[in-house]
Structure formats: C-alpha cells, structure tokens
Write a protein that binds this ligand. Sequence first.
Ligand code: TPP
Length: 291
Amino acid sequence: MTEADFLAALRRLPLHAGAHGLTDDAAHLGDLILTKDMVVAGVHFLPDDPPADVAWKLVATNLSDLAAKGAVPLGVMLGYPIGEEAWDRAFLAGLDEVLRTFGCPLLGGDTVKLPPDAPRILSLTALGRSAHAPRRDGARAGDGLWITGTIGDAGAGLAIAQGAAGPASLLARYRRPIPRLAEGQALAPIVHAMMDVSDGLLIDARRMASASGLAVTIDLADVPVSDDLKAFGHDALTAATAGDDYELLFACDGEPPVAATRIGTFATGEGLHPLQNGQPIPLPDRLGYQH
Ligand code: TPP
C-alpha cells in the first residue's frame, strides 16, 4: 500500500473534527495541540548516530511541529524499544538534556523489548497549548512566503555524518535541530498559514500553496543559506530540496515580528513556480525528500 492509499483509507474512519481531515501535522482540540512522529534507524537517523543525538532529534522534531502551531510545549509521551544497555543509557542522557533545554517534561509512554536484529523504531507524541494555532491552508493571494533561519545545513550535515569532510556546525544542524518555539509563538497570531520544513523547502512550500488553493513563487536567489553551506559547496537548489531543516515556513502580509527571509509570493492559480533572480526556471524533478 502507498502512503497516499493508506491515508485515504484512514480518512474514511471516524475522524475528530480537530484532525482537519488528516491534512495537517497536528490535531487541534480547543487550544490543545497534539502531534506524533516516528523515527526509524536508516531512514531518519543513521544506525551509528550517537544515541543522545537520536533522543535530541526525536524530541526536537516533534517540538518543531508544535512550534509551527505557535504552541507552548506541555509534555511528551515516548514509545521506546529497549535494547542494548549502553545505547539505552546514552539515549536517556540525551533525552534528559533535550527535555531540560526546551522546558518540556515527560508525560508517560510505553516501552517494548526489541527482537535482536530488528531496526530501531522510536516514537514520540507531543502535547502543547496554543490560542492561535495556524494551519497550512490559510495563505492568501498577495501574501509573502517567508522562512526563518537558513536552509540546507542539515542536508550537508547528513553528508558529513556519512563521511564527507565538513564543519561540526553543519553536522549539528542534522543531529541537533533547534525547534523554533519562540518564533512560532510570536508568529502564530499574525500569519495566515504556517508549517515546519521537514521534507524540503520546495516540496513543503508546494504543499502549503496546494492546501491553500493558490500558486506560489520561490526565488532561489532569495533562499537563505549559511556561509558554512556555501563553503561546503551546496547551491540553493540543493539546499531547498534537502529537508531536515525544521525551520518555519509561513504566509503573511507585511513584515513578520521575527527574523525571517521573504522568499516568494502567493498568487491565484496553482503550483510551485521557481524563479532565479526574478526569471522563471523549470520545476526541478525532485522537490524534496521522498520516502
Ligand atoms: N537518511 C538518513 C539516515 N537520515 C535522514 N534524516 C534522511 C535520510 C533524510 N530524511 C529522512 S526523513 C526526512 C528526511 C529529510 C523528512 C522528515 O521525515 P518525515 O517522517 O517525513 O517527518 P514528518 O514530515 O512526518 O515530520
């Protein structure tokens, strides 16, 4: 079964109104926001990534979904496969560090015992509270498309984790993303749509435009990339399709109240229309990470 077929089947099951037809990253129950992510060794992290970093990334990527809702984290529930003693201990140390860093306590969870050769699969459910949770489908024609931070660093970080030569700063952006919680909270009341970038800037921007029933342009010359990434040799297109960024992508009119870069504009119509210095360029074959 494809993911699309599975989701279509799920949509025929009894759905809560706050599930928004399973079109968003999080469910809304009044001002409570719920989100869940699973991570799999070999897919989301490398089997030899440090266990403390796996813990960090598991929590940080879920908190990033809360950030996209402007939520204050209330707590997380962990699904964890108990295995090797040393791995488990190092994981617990990383979990302690990330939960303290973001002021987010553990609410509970469940553990299982893994068969010896099973791949590690971990899951986390995060709960937060937001009075003005934006969705990804509210962009309006004429809105600017904006992004926080820089894009593409984590993609280079993955290459470095796999053996390429490069700076620790890029590796850290792959292994220890920082959820944009404060930015999300400041943006939520004023944006028309917001989501975090996990699969890649271009594919996620197209999803926001499509959910909003609009077209969007992105000028690759405006995509913010770090000096480290330029020195590493990745161009803006590579950065905009790499994924794992966990920056906030949002639609608003006027200037946002946080540091961010305007990279495009929403208009009537449909689809993603990439530009380079204002000139249309062909749509790349690959817009982001594909499972
Ligand atoms: N290979 C490894 C070992 N690690 C990675 N992080 C990637 C490839 C790249 N990658 C894997 S999943 C993913 C990316 C960019 C997208 C995010 O994962 P997903 O499960 O789609 O998260 P969601 O969008 O549901 O939050």
